[in-house]
Design a protein around this ligand. Structure first.
Ligand code: Z5A
Length: 203
């Protein structure tokens, strides 16, 4: 049986990840592809997500919670899907922890802690390709404002925080197989570039 691929979609808030994932769901065969979200695709992941969003936590506590959810996701969802031969498309993964907790929260002291957790929890070369939806933070904030959704404690962070997150993504993504998508383009243009590359990669 063909081994499925693991694809991760990353970006600052409002960069268009959810929009693109919803469009992908319309064109990819659900028997061959599953879609996961971090944290949140398992029941425990949803509960962990609530703890993270509802409490003012130290960045190291956040890292441990994100990695707890990640461990469950890998064991209960990702590896079983791969065994079934499915592709796995995930909304956020470990790069988010680097970008938000290390760079956004300005905690370089957490780097070796995160590296150790990744070594323990994430099978080597699990992710086949990262897509980073790159967008100017002012534009992403503008797009978010146009949405009719409550803001989380992360969303409430200022422009400097998200600029650090964006810079962190651009630096750390170089360690992984990746493609950077210019998310400032129109929805039609972003969709065309992203889907063309992804469908080709999944072949
Ligand atoms: N977090 C963390 O700190 N550490 C970790 O390890 C992990 C996560 C895993 C929750 O994430 C928070 O968790 C997140 C990081 C942190 N928060 N912060 N801050 P989440 O994934 O649940 O939420 P999100 O990333 O903030 O997703 P989002 O706000 O839903 O953004 P999005 O999915 O990237 O954007 P969207 O909803 O698809 O698009 C935003 C709007 O723009 C919407 O109105 C679209 O219609 C519009 N849009 C989309 N594309 C376009 C184009 N091309 N042109 C114009 N308008 C567009």
């Amino acid at each position: 049986m063909k081994k499925g691929k693991v694809i991760v979609i990353e970006g600052v808030d409002g960069a268009g990840k959810t929009t693109q994932i919803n469009l992908l769901k319309e064109i990819l065969n659900p028997e061959e592809n599953i879609f996961l979200k971090e944290p949140g695709s398992t029941k425990s992941g949803q509960e962990i997500r609530r703890v993270i969003l509802d409490n003012d936590l130290d960045a190291k506590t956040e890292v441990m919670l994100f990695y707890s959810a990640r461990n469950e996701l890998i064991l209960k969802e990702i590896l079983t899907a791969l065994e079934r031969g499915q592709n796995v498309i995930i909304d956020r993964f470990e790069l988010s922890t680097w970008a938000y907790q290390v760079y956004g929260r300005q905690r370089p002291d957490l780097a070796s802690f995160i590296e150790n957790l990744s070594r323990e929890i994430i099978p080597e070369n699990l992710v086949d390709k990262y897509y980073f939806f790159d967008l100017d933070v002012e534009i992403s904030k503008e797009r978010e404002r146009s949405r009719d959704e409550a803001t989380s404690r992360f969303d409430a962070q200022g422009v400097e925080f998200f600029n650090r997150v964006r810079g962190g993504y651009k630096k750390e993504i170089m360690r992984y197989p990746h493609q950077i998508i210019d998310a400032s383009k129109s929805l039609e243009e972003v969709t065309e570039v992203f889907q063309k590359d992804l469908l080709n990669f999944l072949k």
